[in-house]
Design a binder for this molecule. Sequence first.
Ligand code: NAP
Length: 334
Amino acid sequence: MRAIEARDFSIDALSLGQRPVPAARRGEILVRIKAASLNYRDLAILVQKYLPTLPLPYVPASDCCGEVVAVGEEVTRFKVGDRVMPLYTQGWYDGKPTLETRTRRTLGAPLAGVLAEYVAVPAEDAVTVPANLSDAEAATLPIAALTAWTTLQEGGIKPGDSVLVQGTGGVALFALQFAKLAGARVIILSSSDEKLQRAKQLGADVGINYRSTPKWEDAVRAATEGRGVDIVVETAGASMAQSLACTAFGGFVGVVGFVAGYTAEIPLRAIIGPLMRVQGIAVGSRARFEAMNRAIERNGMKPVIDSHFQLADAAAAFTHLRDGRHFGKIVIDI
Ligand SMILES: NC(=O)c1ccc[n+]([C@@H]2O[C@H](COP(=O)([O-])OP(=O)(O)OC[C@H]3O[C@@H](n4cnc5c(N)ncnc54)[C@H](OP(=O)(O)O)[C@@H]3O)[C@@H](O)[C@H]2O)c1
């Protein structure tokens, strides 16, 4: 089968190679991949900022949608022809994951990557595609959408809440869409006024440019009549002190990512006195994935796709992600 291989830790080291088609062993399904999507994690691994000791060569990317083309013995969960999305965290079905599943059973490093024509996964480790989504749209869900969904669920989202989302990448736009579905008010940050306008068309109530308004926490406070937001989907990371400064008493900061840097200096009084809940987020369980898919299907929600690339042009897709001009998800059609 055709597969993209990273022979070194650099975008320039990606090339189209040939690998054997995996077999569906007992309990497994073989999925013919129709589309994959990129996450920030895929770029971080490729440029050796994350999992720096990953053995080379490897096949990048975690998120895909495809069709079941073979089933191993004892598989009853799916049949040939079903459209599925493999779980990013294999083996995490409900509740909290174990340390083992969380760190060692993730697709796209250390497990097989999906920039390839086929992948074999245990049948228990895939879910059905929402009927209203195309293959490309479904390929955007397993990490970005589920992370946004989990963060809002952990934050206990309810109608009338205010939610702060940072940037206009994959996680942020899904958080915007799910927060609006839940009846919340959304404040979104971006480096681009043009992207803020597009976010408003998706339902964002307030847009703040974090470049031209570096003290955006004051603008967020002002936009919430001084109260602060109930939930922050913290994808920037380094700005956590600013996020805490504009979170309401008893609010929730879901610590998701680090696009602005891995470290933040936080005054502890910003957490203690206002009874903040600060929690790390790690994508989500299968049960949450299925609940999210029901919400997407019943509400006719559509993921925001920025652009499509062909498999052979994977390097161009990674370059596009690195350059940060995207609005939503970058898809690779296979
Ligand atoms: N913990 C988890 O389970 C989990 C799951 C998924 C992702 N993540 C992490 O979450 C982060 C976002 O992932 P993603 O896939 O959504 O990334 P992405 O699609 O590449 O989006 C990143 C966006 O962040 C915005 N941004 C850049 N610098 C910023 C800053 N200083 N302040 C605020 N926003 C800034 C940019 O938006 P504008 O262009 O609009 O400025 C950019 O589009 C990454 O760190 C990723 O590793 C974690």
